[in-house]
Structure formats: C-alpha cells, structure tokens
Design a protein around this ligand. Sequence first.
Ligand SMILES: C[S@@+](CC[C@H](N)C(=O)[O-])C[C@H]1O[C@@H](n2cnc3c(N)ncnc32)[C@H](O)[C@@H]1O
Length: 253
Amino acid sequence: MAASDNSSDSTHFGFKQVPKQEKVNLVRDVFNSVAGSYDLMNDLMSGGVHRLWKAAMIDWLMPRPGQHLLDVAGGTGDIAFRFLDRVKGEGLVTVLDINHAMLSVGQDRAIDQGRLEGLEWVNGDAQSLPLPDKSVDAYTIAFGIRNVTDIPLALREARRVLKTGGRFMCLEFSKVSAPVLKEFYDFYSFKLLPEIGGLVAKDKPSYEYLVESIRQFPDADTFAGMLMEAGFHQAKYRKLSGGIAALHSAWRL
Ligand SMILES: C[S@@+](CC[C@H](N)C(=O)[O-])C[C@H]1O[C@@H](n2cnc3c(N)ncnc32)[C@H](O)[C@@H]1O
C-alpha cells in the first residue's frame, strides 16, 4: 500500500483503520509518549546509522550561508542542527512540529549545545503550514511524512512555501528488496524493535505503530510520482542502506 485514500473518511494508523480526524491525535500521543527517550531510542534502534542518513541528507541538500530552511516534523532538532553546522551558523531554521513535547526536547538540546541563534521553533501541522507563500529556500522532512494523514496536501503545502528555485528534501523509511536483508529486517523490526521500545521507552505499542507505519509508506518510485503530482520538478531519489531508507529530492521551479 501506500498513501491514504483521499476519497474515504478513514485512513491507516499503522495497520489499523481509524477515522481521518483521529489520526492526528493518535500520532500526537505516540510522540508525546516517546519524546523523552526519542534520541536515545534512535541511536539504539539504528545502531547510530540514522546519523549517517541525516548526514547524507545535508550532503545532498548542500545548504549555503544565508539560507532559510523549514524543517518540518523537525522534532528534537537533528536536521536543524546539522544544517546550521554546515552553514557555520549563518542561516535560519524554522523547526516546525505538531508535537510540543518533541519541540521542547529540541529546545533544551539547543540550549545545552549553546545554540542561541538561527533557530525558531514553531508548533504547527505539515498540512497547513503557518508560513507565507514562497518564503523559504529549502524544505526538509526527516522521518515525518509517513505520520501525516494527507500526504498529497502536505506536499502541496511544501511547494507553496518554497521560493521559486527552492529545494524539497525528504528522508524516510522505504522498501527493502533484497530477500535476505528483507527477512532479517522484518524479524528485527516486528519482533525485536517493539521489545526494545517496551524496555527502554516503556512503550511497546508506540514502537509497534512506528514499525507498521513504515510498511504503509509508499515505495520510492511511488513517492517520487507523488512529488511530481504535487507540482515539483526533477524528483529523484537515492536509496540508503539497501533501501531501508530513501532520500528524495525535488525542486520548485
Ligand atoms: C520520527 S519523528 C522525526 C523527528 C526528526 N525529524 C528526526 O528525524 O529525528 C516524527 C516527527 O513528526 C512529527 N509529526 C507527525 N505528524 C506531523 C504533522 N502532521 N505535522 C508536523 N509534524 C508532525 C512528530 O510530532 C514527530 O516529532
């Protein structure tokens, strides 16, 4: 499967069907629950590999000093901090997230790291961005888009706020095709990962949702097609770690 069906009143929340208007609250509950252990769990679950994927995102984005980045579903600030490091502090990042608890962990991290400038934290929804048309140079979303109820709407919003010549980039879990890797990955994600979530974050159901939501997300070709449908140009992707994740890039021209 793939993106949610716009014509129906229900959508998927992991492997369950729920009313569309409920999904946003369910997703909020998941991240309220995991916010405090989110960064530790990311390192544990991926063996630190999420750091390499995020570095690959910033490498491909190639930000320049003076740019304004909108990092949607920015959570605890990982992409924002990497962006600011790359432009040596000479840029602005709006970190937007629907979840207060995730943003608050991000703000604490920023203070701990002495990052006092170049960051603004905004509580908002990817589906109705509180930013003017053509106002940002780049839009990033890392491991966020699969949680959004209406993905085509979020993509149109992304295009709306990007300046002409602006860059869209998405990092998300994708589809593993090599049979041996797929077998191992399925075992790891369906059997081990929720147990780790139960032990460390004391919340197995949230980690079951996270795994299921990965399987519901479209494959890389389908997602590239959705970008073109939203009006983007030159949609391309790179698979990471055998397709466990994928990076998509597209332009507003
Ligand atoms: C897996 S975390 C990713 C955080 C961060 N980007 C990273 O890569 O570490 C997903 C984030 O998406 C946010 N989110 C979910 N639905 C959203 C929406 N509709 N609009 C904005 N943020 C959303 C969640 O609150 C959560 O912080």
